[in-house]
Design a protein around this ligand. Structure first.
Ligand code: NAI
Ligand code: MG
Length: 534
């Protein structure tokens, strides 16, 4: 498959009546295996990679944590230990921040030209490309996502994002400002300094790219804390970044837990900026820690409960497939998952029947197996959380149309699940479930669906499926969300900004907008003495 990123994958999927490149590798497998017989009972496939890098990366060296402690990172297919990883805490954050501070204030990084910085990022992208399959295997092993998704979409997207930011590095410049009076006024766009970055486990490599890419392109140094569930791929890829010529201390990677290492980073007095992706609750803690320490600038990319609206004129087969993808992709573990599927009453019954059939055919199993669409949930906590929500849906009287159970007796596999007859105040409709649970709601007219779609504290994304341009124009303006996907979903090109309205976040990542997260604007004013033209 030549498709190398999710956006083109999806647009091709839409153009093809058979959902071509998205569906093709999966379609054959779907015919032969439905989720009820998934591979959970089979022996897990041995991953074609080793987890060799397990220490913290500080000042260009892989080192043990100050305490000497480690924690296990687990294989979600089995719950078994992949590797013991150094556990960073406040002392390690201090060491990493000191290294990043030195690299920013005195080290070679600020002395390099923007062009030289861009060359480091281009070389990094080349190295990732060379190690595509190994890196994808590590990501699948640690996270449980299908290997085909990791190797054909996510690692190629990481490459694309790094080349995108490499391209920006030598194109960042300020303005000349026409101020009143006789002054020459210019703005200098300068890096902020030491950026703290805290990332989640659902897309470890892409979250790495969204944060590390713009920070380095703008000339900052970094202390990155990975999610405790998925520490491995960031260590692997950061080693490639060193090989590409990144000076020591410019990027430091700390594995560890939130309330310890994460909180130490967010509250550190020598960190100039913090970028966070994760739950809204933890985002609020990070913002508070930043406010109470040194008022470091903050960007947050948080939770969601995104509506996906299917209008009466929609092609039902396409709508079913796209709504299925919008929710079930990545085991339903997407901040922007289209988790509230609103369907016009005229097409509702047909839509529900076809969605049930599609979910029942979803191929769940060992993510290393060819044709598998859905692997296990990330860990026991998330697995139990999703099952609790399914139970609550049943208890509140929603109709469980399909799924609802775990699969097998080892690992964290859950059946693709659909609820109908849901009320808007049920927890399955109000809360971010972060799992393979679709709720389908019926609507009558546009005003009503706009009101209901916006009735959430979140505002990350929304999907609209219609052939009517007027309807599309109305909805794209009325929906209060940072991304509106019309007749598509999850289109994530490097240049497209992403971020949330309301409690889904602060600021935008990706695209030109992401650069402002990592730049200070300095206004420089000098008087014009005897300007010739006055
Ligand atoms: P979380 O928001 O607690 O964790 C995300 C990151 O924040 C991890 O690196 C974690 O170590 C760190 N963290 C946790 N507590 C912290 C603290 N006090 N200070 C600084 N950093 C801290 O999310 P978690 O527990 O992994 O998942 C809970 C729920 O959050 C999920 O069920 C899902 O609903 C949502 N979530 C949303 C994500 C998104 O992409 N927006 C990604 C992951 C989870
Ligand atoms: Mg793991």
């Amino acid at each position: 498959m030549t498709i190398r990123n999710m956006s083109s994958l999806l647009s091709m999927a839409l153009r093809s009546s058979k959902f071509g490149s998205l569906g093709r590798p999966f379609t054959n497998a779907i015919r032969s295996r439905a989720f009820g017989t998934a591979a959970a009972a089979e022996e897990p496939i041995v991953p074609p990679v080793q987890a060799n890098l397990t220490q913290l990366l500080i000042d260009g060296q892989f080192v043990d944590s100050a305490s000497g402690k480690t924690f296990p990172t687990l294989d979600p297919r089995t719950g078994q230990v992949i590797a013991h990883v150094s556990e960073g805490d406040a002392e390690d954050i201090n060491r990493a921040v000191a290294a990043a501070r030195k690299a920013f204030d005195k080290g070679p990084w600020p002395k390099m030209t923007a062009y030289e910085r861009s060359q480091v990022l281009y070389r990094f992208a080349d190295l990732i490309e060379k190690h595509n399959d190994e890196l994808a295997a590590l990501e699948t092993w640690d996270n449980g996502k299908p290997y085909e998704q990791a190797s054909q979409i996510e690692v190629p997207m990481l490459v694309r994002l790094m080349r995108y930011y490499a391209g920006w590095a030598d194109k960042i410049h300020g303005l000349t400002v026409p101020a009143d009076g006789s002054y020459h006024v210019q703005t200098l766009h300068e890096p902020i300094g030491v950026a703290g970055q805290i990332i989640p486990w659902n897309f470890p490599l892409l979250m790495y790219a969204w944060k590390v890419g713009p920070a380095l392109a703008c000339g900052n140094s970094i202390v990155l804390k990975t999610a405790e569930q998925t520490p491995l791929s960031a260590l692997y890829v950061s080693n490639l970044l060193l090989e590409a010529g990144l000076p020591p201390g410019v990027l430091n990677v700390i594995s560890g837990f939130g309330p310890t290492a994460g909180a130490a980073l967010a509250s550190h007095m020598d960190v100039d900026k913090i970028a966070f992706t994760g739950s809204t609750t933890t985002g609020q803690i990070v913002l508070e820690l930043a406010a109470k320490s040194n008022l470091k600038s903050v960007t947050l990319e948080l939770g969601g409960k995104s509506p996906f609206i299917i209008c009466e004129d929609a092609d039902i087969d396409e709508a079913v497939e796209l709504a299925h993808f919008a929710l079930f992709f990545n085991q339903g573990q997407c901040c922007c998952a289209g988790s509230r599927t609103f369907v016009h009453e005229r097409v509702y019954d047909e839509f529900v029947e076809k969605s049930k059939a599609r979910a029942a055919k979803r191929v769940v199993g060992d993510p290393f197996k060819k044709g598998v669409e859905q692997g296990p949930q990330i860990d026991v906590e998330q697995f139990e959380k999703v099952l609790r929500y399914i139970k609550s849906g049943i208890e509140h009287g929603a109709t469980l149309e399909v799924g609802g159970e775990r699969i097998g007796d080892k690992g964290y596999y859950i059946q693709p699940t659909i609820f109908t007859n849901v009320e808007e105040d049920m927890p399955i409709v109000t809360d971010e479930i972060f799992g393979p649970v679709q709720t389908i709601l019926k609507f009558k007219d546009l005003d009503e669906v706009i009101h209901r779609a916006n009735r959430t504290p979140y505002g990350l994304a929304a999907g609209v499926f219609t052939k009517n341009l007027d309807t599309a124009n109305t909805l794209m303006r009325a929906l209060r969300a940072g991304s509106i996907w019309i007749n598509c979903f999850d289109v994530f090109d490097a240049a497209i900004p992403f971020g949330g309205y309301k409690m889904s976040g602060l600021g935008r990542e990706k695209g030109v907008y992401s650069l402002s997260n990592y730049l200070q604007v300095k206004a420089v004013v000098t008087p014009l003495k005897n300007p010739a033209w006055l």
